[in-house]
Design a protein around this ligand. Sequence first.
Ligand SMILES: Nc1nc2c(c(=O)[nH]1)N[C@H]1C(S)=C(S)[C@@H](COP(=O)(O)OP(=O)(O)OC[C@H]3O[C@@H](n4cnc5c(=O)[nH]c(N)nc54)[C@H](O)[C@@H]3O)O[C@H]1N2
Ligand SMILES: Nc1nc2c(c(=O)[nH]1)N[C@H]1C(S)=C(S)[C@@H](COP(=O)(O)OP(=O)(O)OC[C@H]3O[C@@H](n4cnc5c(=O)[nH]c(N)nc54)[C@H](O)[C@@H]3O)O[C@H]1N2
Ligand code: SF4
Ligand SMILES: [Mo]
Length: 894
Amino acid sequence: MTPAAPTVRTTCPYCGVGCGVRAEARDGALIAVSGDPDHPANRGRLCVKGSALADTVGRDGRLLAPTVRGREVSWATALDAVAEGFAGTLREHGPESVAMYLSGQLLTEDYYVANKLMKGFVGSANVDTNSRLCMASAVVAHQRAFGEDVVPCDYDDLERCELAVLVGSNAAWAHPVLFQRLTARRERGELKIVVVDPRRTATCEAADLHLALRPGSDVALFNGLLAHLARAGAVDREFVHRCTTGFDAALAAARDDAAGLLRETGLTRQAVATFFRWFAATPRTVTLFSQGVNQAGNGTDKANAIINCHLATGRIGRAGTGPFSLTGQPNAMGGREVGGMASQLAAHGDFSPASRERVGRFWKAPAMARAPGLKAVALFEAVARGEVKAIWIMGTNPVVSLPRADAVRDALRRCPLVVVSDCVALTDTTACADVLLPAAGWGEKDGTVTNSERRISRQRPFAAAPGLARPDWWIVSQVARRLGFEEAFAYTGAPQIFREHAALTAFENGGARHLDLGGLADLTDAQYDAMGPVQWPCPADGSAGRGERPFADGRFYHADARARLVAVRHRPPRQRPGAGHPFVLNTGRLRDQWHTMTRTGTAPRLFGHTESPVVQLAAEDAARLGVDAGDLVEIGNGGGRVMALAEPGGEVTPGHLFMPMHWCEPFTGNGRVGVLVAPATDPESGQPESKHAAVTVRPQAVGAWLRLASRRPLPAALLMAPVSYWTRLPTRSGWRYEVALQAAADVDDYLAGLCAAQPHDNRIEYSDSSEAGRRLLLERQGAIEMVAFCAPGRGALPAASFAADVLDGALEQAPWRLLAGPESLDADCSRLVCTCFGVSEERILQAIAAGASSAEDLGRRLECGTNCGSCVPELKALIAREESSTERAVRHAV
Ligand SMILES: Nc1nc2c(c(=O)[nH]1)N[C@H]1C(S)=C(S)[C@@H](COP(=O)(O)OP(=O)(O)OC[C@H]3O[C@@H](n4cnc5c(=O)[nH]c(N)nc54)[C@H](O)[C@@H]3O)O[C@H]1N2
Ligand SMILES: Nc1nc2c(c(=O)[nH]1)N[C@H]1C(S)=C(S)[C@@H](COP(=O)(O)OP(=O)(O)OC[C@H]3O[C@@H](n4cnc5c(=O)[nH]c(N)nc54)[C@H](O)[C@@H]3O)O[C@H]1N2
Ligand code: SF4
Ligand SMILES: [Mo]
């Protein structure tokens, strides 16, 4: 018997829920993951992404060695190149000419060291992070309201609230484990859920009320709510008087807006009245908000409009209440602790003279940055103008994720020195690097992350980093030493860095800042290693881990200890539709993918749920444009163009579109939605308005469609004109493609190109009477090398998963039978709904037809939904859909 693999307790590297994971690894390979039953964030649960971790940590595609201008070099050479490049630029052009662009996916220790180097030793505050695209508006709203960036809630509040309002949050997909905690209570009748989102999302399946407001109108809604609370006598006068300022002005502004409430939000009087009544009547209310709030030209005001309602009712600092900003990335919160953003200093410091002096003294810093640096969008504009001449990008893929993504790529191509640290060799951003540095990834690194509820958890290694990959803190420290800062960067490991970070948060704190990790500043290496999840604050004089609830005493962190209600007024979005660009494009997340897919994109089964870049549009708009489901459309504006497949339906309202943010060059041609987002930012936070781009939609004629699977990737030439659209996804043994050709006349040449590109010794071909109707199978030494299906219309093709199954040998059939397609084999090619157990939509529909009437019932019959639960909202939607169509059929028959 093989001995049980050792279990390492660590933290999921994906979203800000921060679930504890038990990883079982043997010989450095992850063989199984399970939720840590003892971790307070998830108590044993994992969502689909967490459950699939073992599929996504292979060596495939990893960056294994440093390179300088495409040539593999030693670490010494690469580090010298970075240090000399930065030093030379600094000498010639000064501290404003250099920059770092970091990520909420770095560990706190990595983040701390990078930020210290730039802001204390290089003397530049041009350090920003992808949190600018994510949390910046929430951060500034917290600072405005509370005097410090403190999230006032705990996950425990979700167990105690009686009303959960989700604003601009598709938690069912983006924070699944938290969402499941809420829905479990709703099913027990313990709470109501309200969803505020212009789109009908999976989250709405569990909503008692869905307010599909007009995009960008959240301030109008929450101002209306504040005015209502005052009218309804729901204001906590005593709290407002004792603990806040600004109430009268905020209420006056809210009343001004209230008149236009229905017009601006497009909601019905009745829906709004229900929401207001529930909110006013439920003291235990938590309002969770995410990117539908933050990623807006008025994101900070939106967040403050929400916070105002909580301050007015005194629903903050008490169990089961509060405005709860959900963090996106695993360490978005840790990045804020170390001051990763250009507008902050370490340990919740700012650029006030006192704060600069304090941090500078602690660091013994020779060159403290004087003023806030450039925020992400402005930073890349400065790169484009040639003002920033050396940039180091770490743990983020801005050529995909920033607004005007094509302009970002051009800027990087022109920039004299681009250094990129990443785990993955080929991304849209690594393709622009002069120096590429291989970073150790999840499971290889040692450090900490902080989740949405301020809980610090350990990430522990269970495998050696492949090739020459090294932890980010090590890479930065090595460069720092070469820049002459040996002593300040003589770090030997993560525990030492963590202690320094913790000590800085406590340094001359004396209760001035809620962020105080003094109780963790003296951990030994062994204690750090064994550290369980701890919530801050954990000051030296309290017992570590017993975080005092923020604001429980009604005291805030402004000089007068009072919170501020901020007077805000509704403003329309910055990017508005107009004659040339009549549609509004909303962007966001898919259930089974993470960001730019560098990790989730390596797991074939994570494409079972969504396998193409689709754009949701209203059925009316589709009809008007003359497009059907699956038709190719081009979405464009001055920033560029994106190709996607139409998905008409009822999720979005007329005039609106939705596209996922994930697609990028390694997986599709022209799929980066970022190119369409204008660099319009919130004036307070600098956060871009990623949810509201003005675009046109143009249907595209396609002469022929191909679906093929191939053991080796296709050469680039086969993905260029006459190819107008393509996707490339992994299968177990190769790659599968979907390709659109401009004209049917292109088919012959294309198939000839495929044959030429794939070594083979046997070829089976089949064609029908149509010009494009072809099927082709190439064999080599008795094994299938490639299989391709081609047809004039997309609907006539076997599913792409079928081609993958053929290549992977999943169907034991003679080649000619395989070419006949799935119908003749009775193969199920429908979409995967349950990724964990591989349960397809077709099997679920069969079970419903056979009498399954609830998600639990389906789970008993097919196992679907019984592991991570991420698909439960869709199971319910399928049951509801089938029931209503049966009802319709019955009514019709009667
Ligand atoms: N599966 C998955 N989960 C993830 C991630 C991932 O990549 N994949 N990423 C993580 C990260 S970094 C983040 S930041 C979070 C994001 O988590 P969420 O913010 O929940 O996800 P999004 O899909 O970006 O956007 C949320 C919703 O905002 C809505 N919205 C758009 N405009 C408006 C508006 O004007 N008002 C309101 N009220 N709503 C609007 C959109 O329709 C969308 O449904 O997810 C985290 N979790
Ligand atoms: N249109 C649109 N744009 C958006 C959004 C949207 O909703 N719509 N959302 C925005 C938001 S909220 C976010 S958070 C961003 C996310 O956008 P990005 O940060 O650009 O996306 P990721 O794919 O997470 O990029 C992380 C990169 O870091 C690498 N990596 C992973 N781990 C490590 C590590 O330990 N060290 C190093 N050095 N590298 C590592 C990965 O391989 C990957 O290349 O996108 C933003 N952009
Ligand atoms: S909810 Fe899912 S992605 Fe987020 S931390 Fe938990 S397991 Fe990871
Ligand atoms: Mo994010």
